[in-house]
Ligand binder design. Sequence first.
Ligand code: GDP
Length: 344
Amino acid sequence: MTDTARWIEGVLHGSGAVQRRAIAKAITLLESTRPDHRREADALLNALLPHSGRSLRLGLSGVPGVGKSTFIEALGLYLIERGHRVAVLAVDPSSSVSGGSILGDKTRMEKLSVHERAYIRPSPSGGTLGGVAAKTREAMLVCEAAGYDIVIVETVGVGQSETAVADMTDLFCVLQLPNAGDDLQAIKKGIMELADLVVINKADLDPDAATRAQAQITSALRLLGLHGRPDTAHHDATVWHPRVLQVSALAGEGLAAFWQAVEEYRQLQTANGRLAARRQRQARAWMWERIDSGLREAFAQHPVVRERLPALTDAVLQGREVPSVAARTLLQAFLAPGADTPPA
Ligand code: GDP
């Protein structure tokens, strides 16, 4: 049996430490950039695909310190108590620069990380955000095939990585602090458009502020047209309208209401077909993102392109060449049949 066959077998049918090891090995294989590893990884993904897709994929975002790891730990343990298995993955936008990763770090979720019904994996590092996101999507398939029925994907509160996580999950949730209402401008400009649920964490610290923030964010969502008023004729009860909730992750308060909202979301969006449509949209976008990225890479490595790019770039910068004309020249060189060897 090859290693890859062993990891497939372990992911699908292993249990306990054997399965955990197989999952870790499988994800490490997916994260490798070696071409022979990539071929093995693709075979692994093909074998696991029929067993994936049955989880609820929950995206979670918020600025550092808002309480993401405290919330995930409390929610994860709450869900495990109710019979679920929980995987926690992360997309760390800084990991592509620094190579390091704080998000998804096991030490941040002490009890969850040692629980046999939980699997925590930090963000893949290196490469572009698109690359990091693609690896996280693949890791998600592995966790699903291993029987984790809740997959939480965590990221920090900066635009692009939040979009990436919203684009790979069924439901996107933004954590806010009780004073969030004081700076609604920042929120409106930011990522509220992506949020299916907004959670005001640390409500215990200042209950009045939390209630104020809840009201302010709720009306901001209404202004965005994302939060139809239940008492108006415009309200469509067959589609989900983003909600704002209060929790205290530290005290474990509000988790039941949070999970109830998630379940309602899932039921409603399954019944009206939007969840299936969202996953299809994501699958198509994922494929095209990888095609774009692969083409760019092939283009940058093409011998004729490499040879001509520096001079053409100079010419464009000095105004001697029209950028679009230079682009066409390079694309023609790239696409010309038999042009993958530089002229002698
Ligand atoms: P992260 O950076 O978003 O993962 O935030 P952490 O989960 O590490 O939390 C940052 C700090 O806030 C820690 O000291 C937590 O104990 C604290 N914290 C998290 N949730 C709550 C909460 O609901 N109430 C209070 N009072 N503190 C909290």
